[in-house]
Design a protein around this ligand. Structure first.
Ligand code: ADP
Ligand code: MG
Length: 255
């Protein structure tokens, strides 16, 4: 986007080379290369079952992989999930928002947001609370802090999940279909919060089916088919002039 800058000469935050991932005999990711530079917004599109979630989950070590190289913020993740120290570091530096909001149901909204900073970062209660209230205000739900997740709408819950991830001051944010579980009227408020985050320069990798949003927010769009990146480029290029026949047929179905 025009008012953000990405520094393509900077060290990549994600550097994935020839990554292969199997679930048993199912070869889910095939020689995937993915580099994400600081400040960049990368949107991943593709059909259901193509490996989008698996790819994004590999980035923060939620999935092991069989071969290839992966570095996240300069820390190397080993194929079989070894190097747990790097893994712990990465998990504190990478925020993730899932399709299902995964909030802690027994905690208030505010406590959902303060929990990790207090436990993992040893933030004081007052400090964590101040950060939480600032972030809840930023995503437009300051007045819901005392409520429990079940008392909120889906769109509000997803914004709490976003605030919770941001409370750890992540270097990278991953989103896996963050609006797919929402009623249509709530999608906009979550996309707005994500747009704002992108505008502020957050590095983001986003799996979404919201193509209008993708076109607007992405610096780069990646189309994945059966575990392979078959096409990537600027949004105008991928959406308006897709080169690969697979991309063309996918887009003709979803646009
Ligand atoms: P997408 O997010 O693009 O819909 P996924 O990454 O969820 O795709 O899945 C890619 C493939 O891997 C699918 O065939 C799916 O069934 C399979 N898969 C995903 N997770 C698992 C798992 N935990 N165990 C076995 N197979 C899985
Ligand atoms: Mg998925």
């Amino acid at each position: 986007m025009s008012d953000r800058t990405t520094d393509s000469t900077a060290t990549p935050i994600v550097k994935m080379e020839k990554l292969n991932k199997n679930f048993g005999s199912l070869h889910v990711l095939k020689d995937v290369d993915l580099s994400v530079t600081p400040g960049e917004v990368v949107v991943i599109i593709g059909a259901s079952g193509s490996g989008k979630s698996t790819l994004i989950r590999c980035i923060n070590g939620l999935e092991e992989f069989q071969s290839g190289a992966l570095e996240v913020d300069g820390r190397r993740l080993e194929p079989d999930g070894r190097a747990s120290k790097a893994l712990q570091q990465i998990r504190t530096e990478v925020g993730m928002v899932f399709q299902q909001f995964n909030l802690f149901p027994h905690l208030t909204v505010r406590d959902n947001v303060t929990l990790a900073p207090r436990k993992v970062r040893n933030a004081s209660t007052a400090e964590a609370r101040e950060t939480a209230d600032r972030l809840l205000d930023r995503v437009g739900i300051a007045n819901q802090a005392e409520k429990y997740p079940s008392q909120l709408s889906g769109g509000q819950q997803q914004r709490v999940a976003l605030a919770r991830a941001l409370a750890m001051e992540p270097r990278l944010m991953l989103f896996d279909e963050p609006t797919s579980a929402l009623d249509p009227e709530m999608i906009g408020e979550v996309l707005d919060a994500m747009r704002e985050l992108a505008r502020e320069g957050m590095t983001m990798v986003i799996v979404t089916h919201e193509m209008t949003f993708a076109r607007e927010v992405a610096d780069r769009v990646i189309y994945i088919h059966q575990g392979e990146i078959v096409e990537e480029g600027a949004p105008e290029q991928v959406f308006d002039n897709p080169q690969h026949e697979r991309t063309q047929s996918f887009l003709s179905r979803v646009l």
